[in-house]
Write a protein that binds this ligand. Structure first.
Ligand SMILES: Nc1ncnc2c1ncn2[C@@H]1O[C@H](COP(=O)(O)OP(=O)(O)O)[C@@H](O)[C@H]1O
Length: 399
């Protein structure tokens, strides 16, 4: 059974994801053991070219490399599977499944002449491969983070993955496969006659309309949705490839140009990346907040209860009354807040409930006694806590 048939027979999706995890982890561990983690240097940019058979992946590969300034040779997955290793697997009666494809691909990607980037033709083709691709990207990010403060940082640049899907419909796909078959026959006849040039591979599916249709359907059923699912994660380009070559190439340039207008130059990115992302900070702040509140409950349950009561009874009625404005200030002299932890609890509780609170402490000297002999005035300090609470006010308008 090939990996394609495995997926077509339809194991439930979460099983496929689990499968992918096992497969990926085995392959990745294998690479770590063989080469050492610090040597797992992969290409910075990968353009993963997908599309129905005959959609023009082979035809446009060189054009895409030129547009993107990629000098490295493209990687055609089906060629990898004809490597001596893959042949051996087939000869031994084994199958070239997702695991073998992934292993061969990652080994190839480790070659030092493609560090800047390359085009990949024909990966991912199954849901399992799609999941493996995501894990591969995550691993590249982890390596980058892990080595960022070491002398090896330059080895692990920010990876950029582009998914480019060339789209043609069934009729066009079949017609082009058969056209390729005719071109291949003509080319090979010429090579044989002249003895000059290399023979092209003659694929059975390129000569038989029924087989060509079947190839298209396998693509549509197994690969297409898997590719589309990557839309949210990587740079994604959907190219209408059902047009003359010049038009298709114009579509490709348009897509890549648009994308680069959204991408930072790598040098700019590198100079900014030490500044944390707001979303990461928010997540961390929320975790800290939860930890603190749980801590108060355990260590200061009495004070916690008194603060909750204070908010509930003294503050909430006022806040509710002024809710439209989104801002309320309340003064209190309650001695509960003489303890700094009570103020911290108050602020954290409001944050947890979606408000933002801050407290100003005003100290006033209140005269208590006047010494006649010295003329000195004795005072006592009065503390007024001014609690301001902010929240999203009403956006409902009348009229
Ligand atoms: N835009 C196009 N218009 C017409 N024919 C095309 C176009 N793109 C590719 N072809 C032809 O279709 C056939 C298959 O293209 P190929 O690049 O080998 O497809 P793929 O690699 O996606 O299977 C080839 O004969 C190629 O010349």
């Amino acid at each position: 059974m090939t990996s394609e048939e495995q997926t077509a027979s339809g194991p439930p999706q979460d099983l496929e994801i689990k499968d992918a995890q096992l497969i990926f982890n085995r392959v990745w561990k294998g690479l770590e053991n063989e080469f050492g983690r610090e040597n797992l240097q992969f290409p910075k940019e990968l353009i993963l070219l997908g599309g129905a058979p005959g959609s023009g992946k082979g035809t446009n590969t060189d054009f895409i490399r030129k547009v993107r300034g990629i000098s490295a040779e493209p990687i055609v997955i089906s060629d990898l599977l004809n490597s001596p290793e893959a042949r051996k697997i087939k000869e031994e009666g084994g199958m070239v499944g997702d695991e073998e494809v992934l292993r061969l691909l990652l080994l190839r990607l480790l070659q030092s002449n493609i560090r800047d980037g390359t085009v990949l033709d024909g990966f991912p083709r199954t849901k399992v491969q799609v999941e493996c691709l995501k894990m591969f990207y995550d691993q590249m990010i982890s390596l980058r983070r892990e080595f960022s403060k070491t002398p090896m940082a330059h080895r692990f640049r920010q990876p950029t993955f582009h998914i480019m899907v060339l789209f043609v419909d069934e009729a066009e796909s079949i017609e082009r496969q058969l056209k390729r078959g005719r071109e291949t026959l003509a080319h090979n006849a010429e090579v044989k006659e002249s003895g000059i040039g290399e023979l092209w591979e003659e694929r059975k599916t390129d000569f038989d309309p029924a087989l060509a249709r079947n190839r298209y359907r396998v693509f549509k059923e197994m690969t297409y949705d898997a590719l589309v699912s990557l839309k949210q994660i990587f740079h994604y380009h959907f190219i209408n490839a059902q047009a003359p070559i010049e038009v298709v190439q114009k579509n490709i340039i348009g897509e890549l140009d648009y994308q680069s207008s959204l991408e930072l130059d790598p040098r700019t990115y590198d100079s900014l990346r030490t500044i944390p992302l707001a979303e990461d900070l928010i997540k961390r702040a929320r975790q800290e907040l939860v930890k603190r509140l749980d801590g108060y409950q355990v260590e200061n349950p009495e004070i916690m209860k008194r603060v909750v009561d204070f908010i509930q009874n003294k503050m909430m009625p006022i806040i509710a009354r002024y809710a439209v404005s989104g801002r309320v200030s309340i003064n209190t002299e309650d001695t509960l807040f003489a303890k700094p932890v009570a103020l911290a609890i108050l602020i954290d509780i409001f944050s947890e409930r979606g408000f933002r609170a801050n407290v100003d402490i005003h100290r006033q000297e209140i005269p208590e006694r006047f010494e006649l002999e010295t003329g000195k005035i004795e005072t006592r300090e009065k503390r007024v806590y001014r609690i301001s609470v902010f929240f999203k006010g009403s956006t409902i308008r009348r009229g």
